[in-house]
Design a protein around this ligand. Structure first.
Ligand code: MRU
Length: 355
């Protein structure tokens, strides 16, 4: 996993009282600055500005945010609701917030006083944080083995792999090594990565700013490309597999991820290239029946109109949905879902936690 001189997310009790400390991702790669969130509104603002981002890390942030409300003696269910609603698409955010709210509520119901219940909430947030780190390791192993032994072992023989990724899915989005990027890193450590193609990921450049930052630090061979250049790479036969993360996976396996993921899935299918989604089971939402039911965050016009005439209107969805039939496999910490569909999703959700 990438070592950051400023930790991606940590809890502190001192010296100015409880707070969630974040590596401010809006300032990367130029500067590794820590952002102190001493109350729920400041954490919500960090979530909305993408200072803290990426589905698994949003879950961890939501969890610590509820622990923060409890430590401050605030209305915990209200705080959980506000945090869960800060961004709509990544299901992990609500999962983390509601899980800690539940632990706190049970402690109160069993007679715990405010301080003891706050300690229970913090312990639950720490548990989720540790589980996410563990899940990263398992996903990396499952994804690496799937690529090297099953999907591409025969086809490419001894040839090293050229993997294409979108957005940022490494240690900046996780308690551990991340999701899709963790698989690429594991392939690199197995000395089988020829190149990681990094989509710059318009408009906020999570690929060019953040994935390139992680690839540089971890010593992966990588190239940044504008999102629209992916088609020519596929056409030239220079992509062996696509690896992306997910913000929400519906019960049918349809997957919401950073806008631009769906076109990659279409390209991959057209060129017969495997398209892999790597995500922890906490990103699967059995309550969302299909892709059409996933709420897609719409962001401000200013993010895309900097070079347009004054007053230009914009279409700026943060995510798009890839239908299940275009996904070759979903790699989770509990194992691989393939073929992707309702049965496989239900099976992995009910599998034992360590796959
Ligand atoms: O808007 P962002 O930067 O939070 O979007 C993040 C993504 O789309 C990631 O690909 C997704 O959360 C998976 S991260 C493991």
């Amino acid at each position: 996993m990438t070592d950051h001189s400023v930790p991606v997310l940590r809890w502190t009790d001192a010296p100015e009282g409880p707070a969630v400390l974040l590596l401010d991702q809006t300032r990367l790669p130029a500067e590794e600055a820590e952002l102190r969130c001493g109350d729920v509104p400041s954490l919500v603002s960090a979530i909305r500005s993408l200072a803290v981002r990426g589905a698994p890390l949003l879950g961890i942030a939501g969890a610590y945010g509820v622990a923060l409300a409890a430590a401050r003696g605030e209305d915990v269910p209200k705080a959980a609701g506000v945090l869960a609603g800060a961004r709509p698409t990544a299901v992990n955010l609500g999962y983390g917030a509601r899980r800690v709210e539940g632990a706190h509520g049970r402690a109160v119901a069993e007679g715990a006083g405010p301080e003891a219940a706050a300690a229970v909430a913090l312990a639950e947030a720490r548990a989720l944080h540790a589980e996410d780190a563990e899940a990263s390791d398992r996903m990396a192993e499952h994804g690496r083995d799937l690529l090297l032994n099953t999907l591409l072992g025969d086809r490419r023989g001894a040839r090293d792999l050229r993997l294409l990724t979108h957005c940022n899915t490494g240690s900046l989005v996780s308690g551990g090594g991340g999701t899709a990027f963790a698989v690429a890193r594991a392939v690199h450590r197995a000395e089988r990565l020829e190149r990681l193609w990094v989509d710059e990921t318009r408009p906020l450049l999570q690929g060019a700013r953040l994935t390139a930052f992680e690839a540089e630090r971890d010593g992966l061979p990588y190239s940044v490309l504008v999102d629209g250049a992916a088609g020519s790479l596929f056409a030239a036969g220079r992509v062996d597999a696509v690896l992306i993360g997910a913000d929400r996976i519906a019960a049918d396996g349809s997957t919401a991820n950073k806008v631009g993921s769906f076109p990659l899935a279409v390209l991959a299918r057209h060129h017969g290239v495997p398209f892999l989604v790597v995500a922890p089971v906490t990103t699967i939402d059995p309550e969302t029946p299909d892709g059409a039911a996933i709420e897609i965050e719409q962001r401000s016009a200013e993010e895309v109109t900097a070079n347009a005439p004054k007053g230009a209107e914009a279409y700026n969805p943060a995510f798009d949905v890839t239908p299940a039939e275009l996904v070759t496999a979903i790699v989770t910490e509990r194992g691989v879902v393939s073929p992707v569909g309702r049965d496989g999703i239900a099976a992995v959700c009910s599998a034992p936690p360590t796959g």
